[in-house]
Design a protein around this ligand. Sequence first.
Ligand SMILES: *Cc1c(COP(=O)(O)O)cnc(C)c1O
Length: 327
Amino acid sequence: MTITLAKKVDLAFLPTPLHPLTQLSEKLGGPAIYIKRDDQTGLALGGNKTRKLEFILAQALAGQADCVITAGASQSNHCRQTAAAAARLGLECHLILGGEKPADINGNILLDTMLGAHLHFAGNNRKGEDIPALVESLKQQGKRPFVVPYGGSNCFGAMAYINAMGELKSQLETANLKMDHIVFASSSGGTHAGLALGNQLLDLNINVMGINNDKQSSDTPLERVIETLCTETLAALSIDAPVPEIKLNHDYIADGYGVINQLDKHALSSLAQTEGIILDPVYTGRAMGALIDMIRQGKFSKDDNVLFWHTGGAPAVFAYAKTLVPA
Ligand SMILES: *Cc1c(COP(=O)(O)O)cnc(C)c1O
C-alpha cells in the first residue's frame, strides 16, 4: 500500500538508532531485547514529540502562524520540545504548565526558559484548560497563535509514528531482523495510534503494546481515545482500513502520573548500569519497569525479539534527584 503522509518540516535526526540491549537481555536470561532510540531525535535533548512536531508545525507554518501555544505538566517533555521547535522555526512560544512556578528551576523548565519560551503556570490545569483564554489574549495583541494539542496527539502527531514504523521496517529489513513485540510508554495516545496504524498498514505483524502511566482523568478510556485518533488519521490519509486493535496495559499505573515507585527506580538503575542508557522517571522508566516485570513473570518466550521504544524524557531526571537519590 502506498501511504502519502502530510507535509512535514525537518527537525529531527532520522533514522534514530536501533540496537540490541545485549547486557540487559543476558542479565534477564532472554528474550532478546532491542531498543529504538527516539531519545536521540536531536532537537534540544530529543524525544518522541520531535517527530510529531515535524508534522504538526508544518500545519502551523502553512497557516501563517507567528506563535504557538501548548500545555503540559511542569516537567513536560512535550513542552520543552515544542519550545525548541518554535525557536528553530522563528515562532514565539507560550507554554501553559501545571503547578506553580517552582523555587528550584531545573530539568525541562530550565530548558524551556533557555529556549526562550513564555511560561504560564496554571495550578491544577495541566492539560490545557487555560488555552482558550490565552489564544484570545494573543489575538487581541494582533498575533496569529497556533495551538499544538496536548502531547502533540492529533492525526498529524499519529502520522509521525506511522512514518516511524516505516523507518523501523527498513531498519529491520537491512538487519534481517523480525520483532515480535514493541513495548513503549503510552500517555496522550498519538505515539500509540501511529505505531498501531503503521504496524497494520505496513504489514509488520508485531504485537504493539503500550504501557499506561497515568490514572484515568476523564470518562473516556485511553483505548477509546486512541481508536478515535486512528479513525481521524485514517480519514485524513483517505485510507479505507479498519481501526487496529489497541493493546494497552494498565497494570503499572501504580500511584499515577509522575509518582516514582520501586519498579521505576529499579528500571532506571538497571538500564543505566547495564547499558549506559538514561531513562526518564515518568514514562520510559515505568515502561521499562513493566517490561522487566513481564519478562520475570514469563510473559515472553525466550526466543522472542522485543523492541523497547525509548520515547525520551531524560532531561526530567534532574528535577527528580531527591526522589531518585535520597540524602
Ligand atoms: C509524551 C511522552 C510519552 C507518551 O507519548 P504519547 O504520544 O503522549 O502517548 C512517552 N514518553 C515520553 C518521554 C514522553 O515525553
